[in-house]
Design a protein around this ligand. Sequence first.
Ligand SMILES: NC(=O)c1ccc[n+]([C@@H]2O[C@H](COP(=O)([O-])OP(=O)(O)OC[C@H]3O[C@@H](n4cnc5c(N)ncnc54)[C@H](O)[C@@H]3O)[C@@H](O)[C@H]2O)c1
Length: 297
Amino acid sequence: MKDLAGRVAFITGGGSGLGLGMARAFIEQGIAVAIADIMPDHLASARVALGETGRCHFIQLDVTNRAAFARAADEAEALLGPVSILCNNAGVGMLGSTQTTGYVDWDWVMSVNLGGVINGIQTFLPRMRARGEGHIVNTSSIGGILPGPGGVAYLTAKAAVLGLSEAMLCDVRGEGIGVTVILLGPTASNIHKVAKQRPKLYSDSGLAAFEVEFGEKPIIAGGMDPLEGGRQVLKAIERDQLYLFTHPEFRHAVQQRFSAIMTAFGPDTGEPAATESHGFPTFNPLFAEIIANSGKN
Ligand SMILES: NC(=O)c1ccc[n+]([C@@H]2O[C@H](COP(=O)([O-])OP(=O)(O)OC[C@H]3O[C@@H](n4cnc5c(N)ncnc54)[C@H](O)[C@@H]3O)[C@@H](O)[C@H]2O)c1
């Protein structure tokens, strides 16, 4: 998407961390920003941090509440104008192994980290389609492509956000709508304060005591400045770039995962491609296009 100045963005989880970094970077470019967040204290400190720097509006929103999401969209558009950039960024940084993660933990993390993204798309995509343009940014994680120990529900949700973004782009790109998925690496934020964010509904969890301890100090010491992340997101929107890897040092680990996956096929025996043998498109046509266009921006 070009000509970003004067447009309107809606950022979930915009009161803190990467969301606030995106808000600051967008405002620098003359984009008006609606900042939606569940935590009143995050909204209050974002209001102070952004001050009079640009056009912004603050909305308290739980992204799992679909009716409230629609109302927040109406409110943002009535005050700032049509939203052409949606950042589905709200997330909770719940850690827990497969053995320690219970139903309440799964339900909470999936409803926010995946459900919140789905609700954002369901709310704003019809509005963007009616106007024939828009860009949707979904915050996954480097963990969404590098699943490992100790965060099974979080990593599952983030992997789903990656798959959702890749699938969605095939569906919407003919309609003038772009998609970016952020494979975000370590970033300075409040993500460790997960205990503060756990709703009462999901409090019957064996992870709760650990979360209190975990919230005492940031585990991501030396993480990226969120403003730098926000500026990277802006460039990705301008370039209409699907994948945004913020931390190049993860290249080797991602390469290793894909090499491990490919070894499972065994040696290439020259069989015909699946489209020919199955007679319908079985793979994402964007992959070939992305490879062909790489280096052109
Ligand atoms: N910080 C990192 O290193 C890192 C790495 C990979 C991915 N991420 C992802 O980046 C995104 C931003 O997180 P962050 O690190 O800036 O953390 P953060 O806690 O500083 O910001 C997340 C914001 O989301 C809000 N939020 C939580 N639940 C919500 C809900 N139900 N409805 C609306 N808002 C809600 C929080 O109040 C908070 O302001 C998240 O999706 C997170 O999973 C972070």
